[in-house]
Design a protein around this ligand. Structure first.
Ligand SMILES: [Zn+2]
Length: 127
């Protein structure tokens, strides 16, 4: 089970995350953090999913390659009517973009802009 606590992040990244989430709240966006720190073993299991184990492919980062493994990334979902926001409708995409911009304003790189393996919930700080 991946860690969901901001305290599992590097201290300065945790501070950025608090600023980011406070900005979301101020903008009227409720959020849920689904993952912060992930061990190399958890990353390896996630990478195997859809490749050598059942399920769909959810990452292209091997163990040690994800910034979750070095406490510099968090996955955050906006809530819509109490449920995690999807990424199908124009309204959903607009909500992600609003949240992505707030994450970027707090200093994060937002994976919602990535062309290869775009991930709306993923925010990271390389430092
Ligand atoms: Zn992530």
């Amino acid at each position: 089970m991946a860690d969901r606590s901001l305290d599992a992040l590097l201290p300065h990244v945790a501070e950025m995350a608090k600023t980011f989430l406070a900005a979301c709240e101020k903008a009227g966006i409720s959020t849920v953090v689904s993952c912060t720190y992930r061990t190399d073993e958890e990353q390896a299991a996630l990478y195997a999913q859809g490749r050598t184990t059942p399920g769909r492919i959810v990452t292209d980062a091997r163990a040690g390659q994800s910034l979750h493994n070095v406490r510099r990334a968090l996955d955050v979902y906006p809530l819509v009517n109490g449920k995690l926001c999807g990424n199908e409708s124009a309204e959903e995409i607009a909500l992600w973009q609003k949240m992505g911009a707030l994450g970027e304003a707090a200093g994060f790189e937002w994976a919602g802009r990535w062309v290869h393996f775009r991930e709306f919930p993923h925010f990271q700080f390389k430092g």
